[in-house]
Design a protein around this ligand. Structure first.
Ligand code: P6P
Length: 341
C-alpha cells in the first residue's frame, strides 16, 4: 500500500486535494492540521505513559460509566483546547463529556462541528496495546453564532472529513475527505505526518473475522450462525477464517482497512443498558463507516448502511459490521434470514 511518496506531508496533501476539489472550502486543511497538532501532543504522552506515573486510574467515571484513565482525560483536554480555539468549529462532542461542548468564550465560532473519541481503547493503555483517536467532521446546519446539538446529529452520509490516529509502534493518521483514504505516519524527528499510504483499498473479500467471542451466548441467532459458518471448512471460500481480536476498535479497524475481512460489534443481550451493542454511532461507527465506504468496503448495522442512520442521541450506540464488501454483505444475509424472517 505504501507508494514511496514520502515527503508529502498532511498539509500539502490536503492542499493538493483542495486544488483538485475547489468545491471544498479552504478550511479543511486548517481543520486537519489542528487535529494533527493535537495528535502529536497526545502521541508524545502515550509513548511516555509507561515511564511516568500517568497509568493510574483517576477513579473518576465518564458518561459511559467506564473508569477514566488519566490519559483519557489528557487527550480529551488537548483536543478540546486546540480544536475549540481553532476558529473552525461552532460546537463539539466527545465520548468523555455527557453534553455538547461550546466553543470557549472569546473564540471564533466556525462553520463546522466535530465529534470525537479522544482516546479509544483506553482499557488497553496499561497493557501497551494500540489505542487511538477517532474523529468525524460535519458542516454546520444551523444559522447564527453558537452551534448546537443539531450541527452534530447528522447522518454519516453528510460527513465531510473523518479519520483516526493509531498510537502504536508508530503514530499514524488515516483520513478521508471523500476523495480516497490516505495514511500519514508521524516522523517524530521532524514532527510531521508524512504520507505513507495512498488511496487505501479494502480487499473485496477477506479471510479474517474480528469479534469478541466471549459474547457468543448473547448474540442473535443470525450472528451466531454466521460466526459458526466462518469456522466451517470450505476450501473454495477460504474458510475457516482466521480470528483476530485486539479489543481496541482503532487497532482492529486499522487492520481491517489494510488487510480486509470483517470487524463486528453486534447487538447483544449481555447488558440491558446497551441493547444495540457497545460502539457509539457519532464518534466511532460513523467515521469508520465513512472510511470503509471510501476505501471500497462497507459498514452496516446488520440491516442498513451505518452512514444512513439518522442519529437520535449524542452517545447513541449501533450494532456494527464493517470491512470487505463481500463479507459485510454475507453477515447481512444471515441477519435477514435468521433474525428478521
Ligand atoms: P469488548 C474499547 O473500550 C472499545 O470501546 C473499543 O475500542 C473496542 O472495540 C471495544 O470497546 C471492545 O469491547 O466488550 O470486546 O471489550
Amino acid at each position: 500500500m505504501t507508494d514511496g511518496k514520502i515527503g508529502i506531508n498532511l498539509t500539502r496533501h490536503v492542499h493538493q486535494e483542495q486544488m483538485e476539489h475547489p468545491e471544498a472550502t479552504g478550511e479543511l486543511s486548517g481543520i486537519l492540521n489542528q487535529i494533527a497538532f493535537a495528535a502529536k501532543i497526545v502521541s508524545r504522552e502515550v509513548n511516555k505513559a509507561g515511564l511516568v506515573e500517568i497509568l493510574g486510574l483517576t477513579g473518576d467515571e465518564n458518561v459511559q460509566g467506564e473508569e477514566v484513565m488519566k490519559l483519557d482525560e489528557f487527550a480529551n483536554e488537548v483536543f478540546l483546547n486546540i480544536l475549540g480555539k481553532s476558529g473552525h468549529f461552532c460546537i463539539m462532542a466527545t465520548e468523555e463529556e455527557a453534553e455538547v461542548i461550546p466553543v470557549p468564550e472569546g473564540h471564533k465560532r466556525g462553520n463546522y462541528s466535530i465529534a470525537l473519541d479522544p482516546l479509544d481503547g483506553s482499557s488497553n493503555i496499561d497493557v501497551n496495546v494500540n489505542i487511538g483517536t477517532i474523529f468525524s467532521v460535519h458542516r454546520r446546519v444551523t444559522e447564527g453564532t453558537e452551534g448546537c446539538e443539531q450541527d452534530l446529529m447528522q447522518p454519516g452520509r453528510r460527513i465531510i472529513a473523518a479519520g483516526y490516529v493509531v498510537y502504536g509502534s508508530s503514530t499514524m493518521l488515516v483520513m478521508s475527505t471523500g476523495n480516497g483514504v490516505h495514511g500519514f505516519t508521524l516522523d517524530p524527528s521532524v514532527g510531521e505526518f508524512l504520507q505513507s499510504h495512498t488511496d487505501i483499498r479494502i480487499p473485496e473479500k477477506g479471510k479474517i473475522y474480528s469479534i469478541n467471542e466471549g459474547n457468543y451466548p448473547y448474540w442473535t441467532t443470525g450472528v451466531r450462525k454466521y460466526i459458526d459458518f466462518l469456522k466451517e471448512k470450505d476450501k473454495e471460500s477460504g474458510r475457516p477464517y482466521s480470528g483476530r481480536y485486539i479489543g481496541s476498535m482503532v487497532a482492529d479497524m486499522h487492520r481491517t482497512l489494510l488487510k480486509g475481512g470483517i470487524f463486528m460489534y453486534p447487538a447483544d443481550k449481555k447488558d440491558p443498558k446497551k441493547p444495540s451493542g457497545k460502539l457509539r454511532l457519532l464518534y466511532e461507527c460513523a467515521p469508520f463507516a465513512f472510511l470503509c465506504e471510501h476505501a471500497g468496503g462497507a459498514a452496516s448495522t446488520g440491516t442498513m448502511p451505518v452512514l444512513d442512520v439518522v442519529p437520535e442521541d449524542l452517545h447513541q450506540r449501533v450494532p456494527f459490521f464493517a470491512g470487505s464488501k463481500y463479507d459485510v454483505g454475507q453477515v447481512e444475509e444471515f441477519v435477514r434470514k435468521y433474525d428478521e424472517g
